[in-house]
Design a protein around this ligand. Structure first.
Ligand code: HEC
Ligand code: HEC
Length: 361
């Protein structure tokens, strides 16, 4: 008896505390988490030199075979971390098979890519450099290029101080990943979650309530407002995670995308087939939840989603060091040129128009 009174008295002391903390925001902290300042890694410890180097590499097209494509080509930091294309255009004007997700906040996601085939940004970063439809390079060529640029060699030595071989392909990817770990975009929603001023407006809170009550939050939750789980999505022809695991149960299963900055990252879905956010939200309601959202509900949800846009984003363009006499020359017609030779197409002189139309995959 006495004990339960004590417990009750103890509970009473908590009430003023929790109501001083923003009552509305507190209600949502079970579902969401504010963004951290940066995302650390045990296997890729961050330091200023590494982050700075990674930023330069992110913008450097010399990591591509053509000398024309950088990470920023498809993940433009001035356009929401994406290319705003249904599917990306890579080496030799080839179209990729999937929409480019944003690099902003990618470091907080549980896995990388639409099918989750990479565990983290470190594992992810090598992929596009080597992918023949993206940057079409090789590990040797990337390392040779970096080694030919004296200022880069110096910066690698600074970023990887105690290492015997600072310039390596792994260290290129680690530096890029270190930079990505800083690409976080706090928004008014984060202010709301911590109960700070300048959080959500009334209609955005209404939208958030609908987002929660309709069940969007079952999949789009956590620090990324998505990015933490794999879910079935019956849409399009892409088999999703099945291509990675080979399990029947993974057919049409995709990593739930983060909804941070979603207003900027159109077009939507893994195939970039939907340009309009209202339409994407309605498809989600119908396909994932079996509900038909009204126009009013959809508008309010979109108001809420707008609060996930970065509030203040200042990124200074890095100045890249010049090439040297030994830097491998750009090879924009690589492989496309070989194909042309094989089928004896004439006119591929490299002087302009390319007679070969690469297949759309
Ligand atoms: C030719 C366009 C292109 C280039 C160049 C490119 N990417 Fe991507 N990126 C994509 C596409 C498309 C995807 C999605 C592919 C998939 O899921 O199968 C993607 C996925 C990603 C993801 C996963 C994000 C998520 O939400 O899962 C990250 C991170 C990323 N890229 C970073 C980079 C970095 C770093 C570079 C440079 C080293 C780079 N990309 C170069 C097109 C590109
Ligand atoms: C059962 C899990 C689940 C539920 C519930 C769900 N989503 Fe999704 N959502 C996903 C998955 C998976 C994708 C990725 C679809 C794909 O492969 O293109 C996605 C994609 C999206 C996209 C497109 C993002 C982009 O960058 O292309 C938006 C917008 C979205 N969801 C909003 C919502 C809203 C709003 C609701 C509630 C009405 C909702 N979702 C409910 C799992 C879910």
């Amino acid at each position: 008896m006495f004990r339960s009174i004590l417990v009750f008295a103890f509970l009473l002391t908590l009430i003023p505390l929790s109501s001083a903390y923003s009552a509305t925001a507190g209600k949502y902290s079970d579902y969401f988490e504010p963004l951290p300042r940066r995302v650390d890694s045990l296997t890729n410890p961050l330091n200023t030199a590494k982050i700075r180097l990674g930023k330069m590499l992110f913008f450097d097209p010399r990591l591509s075979r053509s000398g024309a494509i950088s990470c920023n080509t498809c993940h433009g930091l001035s356009t929401g971390g994406v290319d705003n294309l249904p599917t990306s255009i890579g080496h030799g004007w080839q179209l990729g098979g999937r929409n480019a997700p944003t690099v902003f906040n990618a470091a907080v996601l549980g896995t990388q890519f639409w099918d989750g085939r990479a565990a983290d940004v470190e594992e992810q970063a090598g992929g596009p450099i080597l992918n023949p439809v993206e940057m079409a390079s090789t590990e040797e060529l990337a390392v040779k290029t970096i080694n030919s640029i004296p200022e880069y060699v110096k910066l690698f030595k600074k970023a990887y101080k105690n290492e015997k071989e600072p310039v390596s392909f792994v260290n290129i990817t680690k530096a890029i990943a270190a930079f990505e770990r800083t690409l976080l975009t706090p928004s008014r929603f984060d202010r709301f979650l911590v109960g700070a001023r300048g959080g959500l407006r009334q209609d955005e809170i209404k939208g958030l309530e609908i987002f929660v009550s309709k069940g969007c939050v079952q999949c789009h939750n956590g620090v990324g407002v998505g990015g933490g789980s794999f879910q079935h999505f019956e849409y399009g022809t892409d088999e999703g995670r099945f291509n990675v695991t080979g399990n029947e149960s993974d057919k049409k299963v995709f990593r739930v995308p983060s909804l941070r900055n979603v207003k900027r990252t159109y077009p939507y879905f893994h195939d970039g087939s939907v340009w309009n956010l209202s339409e994407a939200v309605k498809i989600m309601g119908a396909v994932q939840l079996g509900v038909e959202l009204t126009d009013e509900e959809t508008d309010l949800i979109i108001k809420f989603l707008g609060s996930l846009t970065a509030t203040r984003l200042i990124i200074k363009l890095p100045l890249l060091p010049p090439s040297s006499a030994s830097t491998p020359l750009p090879d924009p017609l690589f492989s496309v040129k070989q194909e042309a030779d094989n089928v004896e197409v004439t006119g591929s002189t490299g002087s302009g128009s390319n007679p070969v139309t690469p297949s759309a995959e």
